[in-house]
Design a protein around this ligand. Structure first.
Ligand code: KG4
Ligand code: ZN
Length: 333
């Protein structure tokens, strides 16, 4: 089965085709709107929607051309139904449903965080159920026990700011612009991670929830206390913040592994593209099996939507899914 995936939940337009037989993405295209939004210090939903509308068709046509297959060989379409920005989500949903109707193939809306989780099944070797998952994105921070496809138990989550959100807000405090994560990572590479003693929130408690707003506030007060922040001050603070996040994620992951007696940890979401955090988790969880998607598939992309759509469209019991199955295609009219 070959599934077309469409991602438009925020500021990335992603299109990909996944082939279930070979378990491979046969072609994919991605356009990031980051520079468009950087002037505003964050994503402007209306501008994002308009840009998705502009980019969806050209990216779709390039993806199909590059795949070497014809549209008659596509068996289904998946799009991100949420969570995400409403306008941007609508652009992907409208296009997916129109194409499905035109081509006479089924169409399904999928959950964005399940897509961040399941993209790891493309890895070789792939994780095998049951496993633990740490999802660290701009809107969510979750620890999940994945017992099987579609069988997920949330063990912990952020009580306030998501981890990517904290990166973005700290970047703003340091005048680094948007998107904050990659900018902090770059600046932190020249700083001292032990220069400032920042909190590791909620790591002393037995539960697996997160809270990053206190850490962000600690950075705020540190910035405010310095009248003329030098470049060294900024890079040291970025490095100390990144270290505090990395430590927190590591301590919570260790706790989840101990509490659940599972030795596989699957990591996903935009913050998982941070090389410092990746290294810290791999080192700190030595002896456990750690899975990351490749760096370019940590942030939003069409491949994760296509993979998840393939699984959902093939599932025996789809009573919880809304699948549009056209009885005819426009070409038959
Ligand atoms: O998964 P994602 O693309 O979108 C959501 O589902 O939210 O994640 C975006 C988030 C942003 O907050 C961004 O700053 C963060 O991921 N991010 C990073 C890095 N690259 C992206 N955070 C830390 N280090 C990075 N290198
Ligand atoms: Zn995402």
């Amino acid at each position: 089965m070959k599934v077309l995936g469409i991602e438009t939940s925020c500021d990335e337009t992603g299109i990909a085709i996944y082939d279930g037989n070979s378990n491979q993405i046969i072609s994919e295209k991605l356009f990031s709107q980051a520079t468009k939004h950087s002037n505003y210090g964050g994503v402007v939903p209306e501008l994002a929607s308009r840009d998705h509308v502009r980019k969806l068709i050209p990216l779709l046509s390039d993806t199909i051309k590059e795949s070497g297959i014809s549209v008659e060989n596509l068996d289904g379409i998946a799009y991100t139904a949420g969570p995400g920005l409403r306008g941007p989500l609508l652009t992907g949903a409208a296009m997916a449903q129109a194409l499905a109707l035109g081509w006479g193939i089924p169409c399904i809306g999928i959950h964005h965080m399940e897509a961040h989780l399941l993209i790891n099944l493309l890895e070789d070797p792939a994780p095998s159920f049951p496993f633990l998952t740490l999802l660290i994105s701009g809107g969510h921070c979750l620890i999940i026990r994945a017992n099987d496809f579609g069988e997920y138990k949330v063990l912990g989550q952020s009580r306030d700011d998501a981890v990517g959100e904290a990166f973005d807000k700290v970047a703003k405090l340091l005048d680094l612009g948007y998107p904050g994560g990659p900018k902090i990572e770059e600046l932190a590479s020249t700083g001292d991670p032990n220069a400032f003693n920042l909190p590791r929130p909620m790591t002393k408690e037995p539960h697996l929830d997160f809270s990053f707003s206190g850490l962000k506030t600690a950075v705020f007060y540190t910035v405010r206390s310095e009248k003329n922040p030098s470049e060294t001050f900024k890079s040291d603070l970025a490095a100390s913040f990144q270290e505090a996040v990395a430590d927190t994620l590591l301590l919570k992951s260790q706790k989840a592994i101990e509490q659940n007696s599972l030795d596989q940890l699957v990591i996903g979401g935009g913050v998982a593209s941070n090389k410092y955090i990746r290294k810290k988790l791999v080192k700190g969880l030595k002896g456990k099996k750690i899975f990351f998607p490749p760096i370019n598939r940590c942030t939003d992309n069409g491949a994760m939507v296509a993979v998840t759509g393939h699984y959902r469209l093939n599932k025996k019991d789809s009573s919880n899914d809304i699948i549009i199955r056209p009885k005819w295609s426009l070409s038959e009219l």
